[in-house]
Design a protein around this ligand. Sequence first.
Ligand code: WTA
Length: 658
Amino acid sequence: MVDRNEWERDRPVLTGSPRRPPPSFVEQANVTDPGIYDEFEENWPECWERAADLLSWDQSYETVLREEDAPFYQWFPDGKLNAAKNCVDRHLESGRKTHTAIRWEGKHGERQTYTYRDLYVAINEFAAALRALGVEEDDVVTIYLPMIPELPIAMLSCARIGAPHNVVFAGLSADALATRMDAADSEYLVTCDGYYRRGDAFNQKSKADNARLKLEQDVSTVVVDRLGDDLPHVLGDDECDYHELRETFAGELVDPVPRDAEDMLFVMYTSGTTGEPKGVVHTTGGYLAHATWTSHAVLDVKPEDTYWCAADIGWITGHSYIVYGPLALGTTTVMYEGTPDYPDRDRLWEIVDRNAVDIFYTAPTAIRAFMKWGSEYPAGYDLSSLRLLGTVGEPISPRPWNWYYEHIGNETCPVVDTWWQTETGAVTVSTLPGVSEMKPGAAGPSLPGMDVRVVDSSGTEVDPGDSGYLTIARPWPGMVRTLYDGDERFRAEYWDQFSDPESDDWHYFSGDAARIDEDGYITVLGRVDDVINVSGRRLSTTEVESAITGVAGVAEAAVVGRSSETNGTDVYAYVSTEGGYDDGTAVREAIIDNIETAIGPIARPTKVQFTPELPKTRSGKIMRRLLEDVANGEELGDTSALRNPEIIGEIQAELDEE
Ligand code: WTA
């Protein structure tokens, strides 16, 4: 856990030189008035009407925030709206029927375009089909699809009829699917025959079948035929073909159901502290308002843009920033089915160039990969259409930040480093790209209207320059409302640590550690469990990693603690180098030097182990826990969540040789 440490206070903060947003960007930005911070502060919580006003309400709300039952807050509680109507129908009414809503780029170069009119037809037909299958308002529909257009179509069809969706990332296992369907009491499933992984047809349906076998409830299933003849499949009992359903209900119209703002829009499972996934519940009005407002204010999305968030819709980033936010604003959202290095490492830049993408939003893990592969890949393309770059999901240290800014953004695009979580629903900490100075390595200040704080273990705010726990001291529209698993767990996971219910004083705990500077800029240091204790002093592994990745030739680093008799814990670093650099002594020495310079001898690793890759989950997060087990010679836990499990064996073999 993080405490205030004397030694830490004196250390330089690992942020790069500040940069002003480029004037060409500011001139056209959606939000340019620095007064917005004060305006939101003075007018809280009514300031959030600015977000709600971006939506079309079937019944306008009278109340902005109801706090009586804290921490079960309600936003715009007496309003009614429908998310699908906001994301699709209203754009037809405003004369934008033929505007492209979704531009889909398939793995093997296939392309599909859905205009807002096409999307309208699709979701009406599929909503009619879902109803015919028996789906009623408030029934949870599980969606287990890869990045194909039928995924957002299914989500919006559910939203149209008021059935909350439960999207399970397609790469998760049958067991994971079953657990999530069981926990969400879901009796409906939308899946597909399979999809392409690398060059091969991969059978998704058999995973869905196995999940269904584990469930007690009967599950009515819709199967999308993605692979055609590449993977013939036979439909069993309770199974329908998506395309046949669309034909059966061709031309049907289904009125969007007006939902109470506080009605559930979806549940999304995410990892919890107990190992049981947490079912994060998001509601219709507050979530949609927050996702739409931040798409407008932080990502600067405009209706005429081609906007690309290269995440997977199976996680929250894709929900908020591929589907709901951008579509609510009526823009063109790009959906990419493949990976950044297939067929080659220039794939993303080819897509940006060909589609004249205006806004590109990705994760640090991808940016570090681009950096590792080399700037020659983007250099071969015209990326001048880009106006803004975004990053999310992990801390990004100054070196990859600067690489992104220079080699992708050509120093003309602001970079927004957006901190948020499945639970916050939408961006919470970031600069406003048309207003604020950027500091590479720090996400930014709280967004207007948010009150994000860095506190010590007693809940007192730390001094600038110090680190502590990242908490949120006020409710916000996109916040998690409860956990599907129950209100008790909701309180225990997020509120018990820093709140004082007696005096009705509520503070949300994010589970992250952070440092705040004198300008209120927050550098997220990682989850509190990524913090290690060396000789009684607490070190952020992220901070050490940042020092390591600052070394020329280093692509990625993961730092873990190794039990040590003398120090309690030693710093143990796994490092992958960029192509062309060997694992020679020079890089190792430079790493140690950099760590000592940035943090101090206390953070000097007892071992720097080079590895071709770091083990990662399918969503791209480095599995530090496993690396910690390897370093400590412990038995390894479950490696099934890894995208590259073979790498663990390679690392162990190297260790054994020593
Ligand atoms: C981390 C993804 C540093 C953080 C939207 C958080 C970040 C967790 C950032 C949530 C960022 C997300 N800088 N760390 N800009 N964004 N994180 O729920 O540890 O998949 O708690 O939501 O990712 O991950 P989740």
